[in-house]
Design a protein around this ligand. Sequence first.
Ligand code: SIN
Ligand code: MN
Length: 200
Amino acid sequence: MSRLTVRGFDIHKGFLTPEVQRSLITALRPVLKAAPLFSPEVPGGGQMSVRMTSAGTFGWFSDKTGYRYAETHPAGTPWPPIPSEVLAIWTAVSGCDRAPECCLFNFYGEGARMGLHQDKDEADFSYPVVSISLGDDGLLRLGGTSRKDKTESIWLNSGDVVVMGGEARLAYHGVDRIRFKSSRLLPKGGRVNLTLRVVT
Ligand code: SIN
Ligand code: MN
């Protein structure tokens, strides 16, 4: 395990042991069963290449009319609870006493990517966003609080945990590409990224 800070992003490399990574995947299976992955539409038209779902009181959602948090899955059902194994990571790294209300589950299959964006649909930016990477490697691009700021990139591997707080809370970030099948955590390949957020 090692820890580095890049532009205020607090990066814990190798924070989760392979055993913990496997137990997280097991704990997430019922989440996917209760709240299947879907491909959100984006306001400009088209669909995201990343498939998503959520756990918690709120799930992140996007359609033609914009980005927001919703209390139900598109199927109309409530989001399942955030697994305790996931909450334990928030407790270990977030440095805050409030529990997250949303665990966004992003699945990157072969060729999926996520454009540069800020996480700003939450009410209070004094709470960090905690990101957990599982499965295939992903190239995270990190910028500043303006879209025009210079960016740098870092590979995230399975078991890495990133805390976006303080100056990095509203920093632009995105995932340019994944190395499909670089990890054997998910037998069929792909990258899972969980982000924990206080929403209200
Ligand atoms: C996100 O910004 O929601 C995901 C970041 C990542 O996949 O590492
Ligand atoms: Mn984000």
